[in-house]
Design a protein. Structure first.
Length: 217
C-alpha cells in the first residue's frame, strides 16, 4: 500500500508541476559546492555566490582548496552564513583533494555507501547534503529527504513526528524502484509542492494537487 501511495503522489505532482530539471549546475563539482552553500538559504543567493567563484576561475577543487579561508568566505558571502559555509566547503575540499586527488570520480568509484560514510565524516555535511551530492553529482539512486518531504508525509499520515532522516529515506528507497532519475525528479517535485502549497503556515490545501490523496485510499 505504501508503494502505491508514494507512486500516486509522484504521478499527481508530476502532472501538476511537470519536470523540474534539477540540479542546476554545469559540472558535478559545481553541484557539490551548491549543495553545501544552499544550507539555510535560497538558491538565488547560492547562484550569486557560485557566479563569484566562476568569474574568478576558482570553481575547481585544487584552486578552492588553496584559497585563503577569509577570501573564500567573502566570495561566497551572498549565500549567507558565509564564514561557516567557507569552513564547511574547506572541510569537503580537504577530503576531496587529500584523499582523492581532487577527483569526484575517485570518491564515487568507492560506491554510494562508502562515499556516503566519507561525506558524513566531514564536519558540516549532514545526511541531506551528503545525499544531495550522491544523487545529483554522483548519479546514485539515493533519496534525499528535506523539511518539505517530512511535512508533506506528516500531513498525509505517511510519517510521524518521531521518524528521523534515515527512516524517512528508507520509506522511499524500500517502496520505489532504485532509479536515479525517479529519485531526482521526486525530490524536486516535493520541494515544489512544499514551497507552493504545503507551507508551514497557511497551507493552500484546496489548491494542492495532493488534496484528494487520502480519499483515493
Amino acid at each position: 500500500m505504501t508503494a502505491e501511495i508514494l507512486n500516486q503522489i509522484y504521478q499527481k505532482l508530476f502532472r501538476h508541476f511537470g519536470p523540474q530539471g534539477w540540479w542546476p549546475g554545469e559540472t558535478p563539482f559545481e553541484v557539490c559546492v551548491g549543495a553545501i552553500l544552499t544550507q539555510n538559504t535560497n538558491w538565488q543567493n547560492v547562484e550569486r555566490a557560485i557566479k563569484n567563484l566562476k568569474e574568478r576561475g576558482l570553481l575547481e577543487p585544487h584552486k578552492l582548496f588553496s584559497l585563503p579561508l577569509e577570501e573564500l568566505a567573502q566570495l561566497i558571502r551572498p549565500a549567507g552564513y558565509f564564514r561557516v559555509k567557507a569552513k564547511r566547503l574547506k572541510n569537503f575540499l580537504k577530503l576531496l583533494v587529500e584523499e582523492y586527488q581532487g577527483s569526484l570520480e575517485r570518491l564515487f568509484a568507492a560506491g554510494p555507501e562508502l562515499a556516503r560514510q566519507k561525506l558524513l565524516a566531514v564536519s558540516g555535511i549532514g545526511p541531506e547534503t551528503a545525499d544531495s551530492i550522491l544523487l545529483y553529482a554522483g548519479g546514485f539512486p539515493v533519496f534525499v529527504v528535506d523539511a518539505y518531504t517530512k511535512r508533506i508525509l506528516l500531513r498525509h499520515g505517511l510519517a510521524t513526528e518521531e521518524m528521523g532522516y534515515e527512516e524517512l529515506k528508507e520509506l522511499f528507497e524500500k517502496n520505489l524502484p532504485a532509479q536515479t532519475e525517479l529519485f531526482n525528479e521526486y525530490h524536486a517535485l516535493l520541494v515544489a509542492c512544499g514551497k507552493t502549497y504545503c507551507r508551514p503556515r497557511r497551507p493552500s490545501c484546496e489548491k494542492c494537487p495532493l488534496k484528494d490523496l487520502e480519499k483515493e485510499f
